[in-house]
Design a protein around this ligand. Structure first.
Ligand code: V47
Length: 368
């Protein structure tokens, strides 16, 4: 760092970023080394400017959000992922199971999307999940159902011998629209061995999303960062997502999930906001083929999430209601925020709020 250089409206304190800027302007794909350089650079303002430029090419000043509800039907889980504060064993204090009626009671006619992710329950039969999707679809036909991570779809095969092709066809027929991006964590086999033994690995997670995409089911993708992974492992993860997207085009959005430290003892403190912002920016710049990058306020907090809208993100997720996974890990964001607050957070970032549905059809463009 030394002299400030200005090139095409971006000021660089870190001259090492300038070749990356040339490639971004020319819409050339970034390499692994360049991805790592973005995360390592102390010049976070320049990293953000480049990502903002790339984002504007995709969606101008629009920032999307959806009126939605997160439902986590059970926290009982056969897995013991070391990063997770949400999962409980049967009989433990705070273990819970929701009936289908309780799931339905969480919904109302204002929302457009329901997001369903839960523990890998030891005994709930596969049919219970199908009934859940069907009941939601029948009672709230206007609500698009985004349900079950690839890890859950993998578990349905291990536990109930229903292949991903079979389960996804059944869920689709019952009313499922899209799949969430959870369960990917970090694709590195080192991290897998350390933190999530027994969970669907990278190849399996990607395979299940490939199957969904080939069946016409759009999905999201995630990275859980800020625990034991390295920058190199983060960028390799993004590159595997980019590769699958080149093949199928089935990913709608990428969500960088900031690890919530909770009580797991994995890390003493959460990722500093500047590093969260660089993570969003690096994702935008590496994932040149994924249209939406979320600034996930539940994990980032509202203030950082709003700033993230100037660092390459073009989606604030949704109003959410009662989220339990991050809050079990002591996230200090509110449990749900209203449409007015969404509009304010997007307005504060100087962007145009656009209410969307689950597959990014625009419902209302505000402020026009
Ligand atoms: O897969 C678990 C993560 C994910 C912690 O697709 C944790 O639109 C942080 O996938 N700190 C579930 N994260 C959430 C998820 C998601 C969220 C919002 C939108 C979408 C989407 C998907 O939560 C899990 C896991 O990676 N998780 N524990 C924790 N302590």
């Amino acid at each position: 760092m030394g002299r400030i250089l200005e090139i095409d409206g971006v000021q660089f304190a870190d001259a090492g970023l300038i070749p990356i800027w040339e490639k971004v302007k020319a819409s050339e794909r970034l390499t692994r080394e360049e991805g790592i350089a973005l995360l390592e650079s102390a010049d976070f303002a320049a990293v953000g400017k480049m990502a903002d430029f790339a984002k504007k090419r995709v969606s101008g000043d629009k920032v999307y959000f959806v009126l939605n509800r997160h439902v986590n039907p059970t926290n009982i889980c056969v897995l013991s992922c070391k990063f997770c504060d949400f999962a409980k064993k049967p009989g433990e204090d705070d273990a819970y199971e929701m009936s289908i009626q309780e799931v339905l009671d969480h919904l109302d006619d204002d929302i457009r999307e329901v997001h369903i992710v839960g523990g890998h329950h030891p005994t709930w039969p596969f049919e219970y999940y199908v009934d859940m999707v069907r009941s939601i679809h029948q009672s709230h036909p206007q609500v698009q159902i985004k349900a079950f991570t690839a890890s859950e779809i993998d578990y349905f095969q291990r536990r109930w011998k229903v292949t991903p092709e079979e389960s996804l066809a059944i869920f689709k027929e019952a009313g499922l629209s899209t799949m969430p991006g959870g369960g990917a964590e970090v694709f590195s086999s080192r991290v897998h061995r350390l933190l999530l033994p027994g969970k669907a690995n990278a190849d399996r997670w990607l395979d299940i999303h490939r199957i969904a995409h080939n069946m016409g089911i759009k999905t999201n993708c995630t990275l859980l960062y800020g625990h034991v992974e390295t920058f190199d492992e983060r960028i390799r993860h993004l590159m595997r997502l980019r590769e699958l997207q080149d093949e199928t085009g089935g990913f709608l959005a990428f969500i960088p999930l900031e690890y919530q430290v909770g009580m797991t003892g994995l890390r003493p403190r959460h990722t500093p906001p500047m590093d969260d912002l660089k993570m969003i920016a690096a994702a935008r710049l590496m994932l040149d083929n994924v249209p939406y990058v979320k600034s996930y306020w539940v994990m980032l907090g509202e203030a950082t999430a709003s700033v993230g809208l100037n660092f390459g993100a073009n989606d604030l997720d949704g109003t959410i209601g009662k989220e339990r996974i991050a809050h079990a890990a002591l996230a200090n964001s509110p449990a749900g925020i209203a449409r007015e607050k969404m509009l304010r957070l997007i307005g504060d970032a100087g962007r145009i709020p656009v209410e969307r549905d689950a597959v990014y059809n625009e419902i209302t463009v505000y402020g026009n």
